[in-house]
Design a protein around this ligand. Structure first.
Ligand code: WT7
Length: 651
């Protein structure tokens, strides 16, 4: 028996040094939260003023979560997002660094001031205009983590075009689907990306995608590596040559608060990825306000979020939130373990980073390398640590706190989604006592509720499905081109409420503990994948008859991808075929969808009506063979016995 007393505390109050100087303390949080939910109109009417409006709003909130569902905030106001992120800082911060860019190669970095940012964005905006892009058009961005990605976002915002960023790790087919779905006519890419010393053939992928995206007439190509690329005259243009031809002056377009700002595709439990649409005013108010309060951002501090701009975290917390606040935001091209596993900590020392925001999967991977690679760096500039993307296991939380933060830095475990635009549930560093593994309490204006499977509201200490009872300004407004799907996906499961798709527990202190997705979405290294997407990629292979994909617990990734595959009659399982299928899925979707395990399944467990019982497949994948539950409704219970036997032989 282990008799060592457990001396690790289970709660972590805000360190005094942080609480003393924070934007809000515990009492301030309680007061502001109460005001925000008692009188949302008054609260947001006041806080909406944190950004600059061309025409001030007089209408604050118009929301219905029932029927056709509509969500409008600050809706008679007008503004421009790029003017808020750049121009309004020029008076007093023109020479302050807006973006610190740290290259994949540690010898490469640069500082971009707000003045330089202004010039770059204006020039690119003028290029877009010259190529025929107009207010309301869609521009797709397929770039690595280079400053041009931020310029491109802000240039679109400046002229009122919607951007749709496609993560550089997605395949040509995934890029094509996203180009076609939103009918982009212009694509911005780079010759090649650079990650961990390896080249990513972005232009080659893009050319591939453009073969089947006939409406894309223009491709603008950033020279990143100088690598050799194919060229289509009349369609392809070098970024540097184009921006040199145009004026450095481009007045910002006046946009309505509810005009679209961007589309970002995300995976759901069914069908193709959906184009999540965010609009202008509410999104910017919410991104900037959460950035200030959740990270306790103070003027002059260097803030670093390690996400890629291809994900929503990069949109809200590398670009829009920080720049709206006049912050210095660090943009990192590389990966945590190149050239060594000390890279994150070295970058923190190199650039004096105060606030560091990363994902549990990265923390777990670095934790495996031991303390030495961390301890050889100083990290004394660090003040606040953040986590996002998946539940953080207490072990990783404690390591982050002790080893990375030297027990000085509060950790904010931020729960949110592509759909929510900004952070919904998180500690505030100077206000909230943290509990490792809990996202803790709602941000201002956010009203989480827990319901059972019948939609009954559960009170007090409980566990169930996490919904939001009312809107917040950063909420998505629709699915691009498919409002019915928006209503169906988020508002039909539990009438009158926004359903997150997550399960959660609420403890006796009212703290929220996210337990993971309760739908057919899996979270692999903080990246969201629809199991249906991977299944349809698998069955598109000529040798595959049927496939079922589930998540299973994975030490580093949080969840791994487990695929059950039934082959066509006459086909035979082999290690070669297994490899072929893995390569196939990577090609169809991208490396992030790489199956971790493929199990050959002579048959899949189905109900008599033909529905695959994923509950059982999840248990088998997790090696929880004793807990399979009721299998009596299966059409053929023998299928399960066979799958369990195979799984066990798998080891
Ligand atoms: C899903 C949303 C929001 C930025 C990154 C992911 C999971 C996210 C947490 C957290 C537990 C989390 C949820 C959510 N998730 N943050 N702090 N604790 N789970 O955005 O790709 O839209 O994924 O990520 O399951 O639904 P996303």
């Amino acid at each position: 028996m282990n008799t060592t007393p457990n001396t690790t505390p289970s709660t972590f109050p805000p360190p005094e040094a942080v609480a003393k100087s924070a934007w809000v303390d515990a009492e301030g949080y309680a007061r502001m939260y109460e005001q925000s939910v008692k009188d949302p109109e008054a609260f947001w009417g006041e806080h909406g003023k944190r950004i600059d409006w061309m025409r001030p709003y007089t209408k604050i909130k118009d929301v219905s979560f029932t029927g056709d569902v509509h969500i409008r905030w600050f809706f008679d106001g007008t503004l421009n997002v790029s003017a808020n992120c750049i121009d309004r800082h020029l008076a007093d911060k023109a020479d302050q660094t807006a973006i610190i860019w740290e290259g994949d190669n540690p010898a490469e970095s640069k500082h971009i001031t707000y003045r330089e940012l202004h010039e770059q964005v204006c020039r690119l905006a003028n290029v877009l205009k010259a190529k025929g892009v107009k207010k309301g058009d869609r521009v797709t961005i397929y770039l690595p983590m280079i400053p041009e990605a931020a310029y491109a976002m802000l240039a679109c915002a400046r002229i009122g075009a919607m951007h749709s960023i496609v993560f550089g790790g997605f395949s040509p087919d995934s890029l094509r689907d996203r180009l076609v779905d939103c009918d982009s006519h212009l694509l911005i890419t780079a010759d090649e990306g650079l990650r961990g010393g390896r080249k990513v053939p972005l232009k080659k992928n893009a050319d591939e995608a453009l073969k089947e995206s006939p409406n894309v007439k223009t491709q603008i190509v950033v020279r990143r590596t100088g690598g050799e690329v194919a060229w289509t005259e009349g369609r392809d243009f070098w970024y540097d040559e184009e921006i040199a031809k145009v004026s450095a002056d481009c007045p910002p377009e006046e946009m309505s608060a509810e005009d679209p700002l961007f589309i970002l595709y995300t995976s759901g439990s069914t069908g193709k990825p959906k184009g999540v649409l965010h609009t202008t005013g509410g999104y910017l108010v919410y991104a900037s306000m959460t950035h200030q309060y959740v990270f306790d951002y103070k003027p002059g501090e260097v803030y670093w979020c390690t996400a890629d701009v291809g994900w929503v975290t990069g949109h809200s917390y590398i670009v829009y939130g920080p720049l709206a606040n006049g912050a210095t935001t660090l943009m990192f091209e590389g990966i945590p373990n190149y050239p060594s596993v000390s890279r994150f900590w070295e970058v923190i020392d190199k650039h004096n980073v105060s606030i560091f925001y990363t994902a549990p999967t990265a923390i777990r991977a670095l934790m495996r390398e031991g303390e030495a690679p961390v301890k050889k760096t100083s990290r004394k500039s660090l003040r606040i640590l953040g986590s996002v993307g998946e539940p953080i296991n207490p072990e990783a939380w404690l390591w982050y706190h002790k080893v990375v933060g030297d027990e000085r830095c509060p950790i904010v475990d931020t729960f949110w989604q592509t759909e929510t635009g900004g952070i919904l549930i998180s500690p505030l560093p100077g206000a909230t006592t943290a509990k490792p593994g809990s996202a803790t309490l709602p941000f201002f204006g956010v009203q989480p509720v827990v319901v059972d499977n019948d939609g009954k509201l559960l009170e007090g200490e409980t566990e169930g499905n996490l919904c939001m009872a009312d809107s917040w300004p950063g909420q998505m407004r629709t699915v691009f081109g498919d409002h019915a799907r928006f209503v169906q996906t988020y508002f039909s499961t539990f009438e009158g409420k926004y359903f997150t798709g997550d399960g959660c527990r609420r403890d006796a202190d009212g703290y929220y503990w996210i337990t993971g997705r309760v739908d057919d979405v899996i979270n692999v290294s903080g990246h969201r994948m629809g199991t249906a997407e991977i299944e349809s990629a698998l069955v598109a292979h000529p040798k595959v008859a049927e496939a079922a994909v589930v998540g299973y617990p994975h030490d580093l990734k949080g969840q791994g991808i487990y695929a059950y595959v039934t082959l066509n009659a006459g086909e035979h399982p082999s290690d070669e075929l297994r490899k072929e299928l893995v390569t196939w899925v990577r090609k169809e979707i991208g490396p992030i969808a790489t199956p971790d395990l493929i199990q050959w399944a002579p048959g899949l467990p189905k109900t008599r009506s033909g529905k695959i019982m994923r509950r059982i497949l999840r248990k088998i994948a997790a090696n929880e063979h004793e807990a399979l539950g009721d299998t009596s409704t299966l059409a053929d219970p023998n299928v399960v016995t066979e799958l369990v036997d195979n799984r066990m032989n798998h080891g």
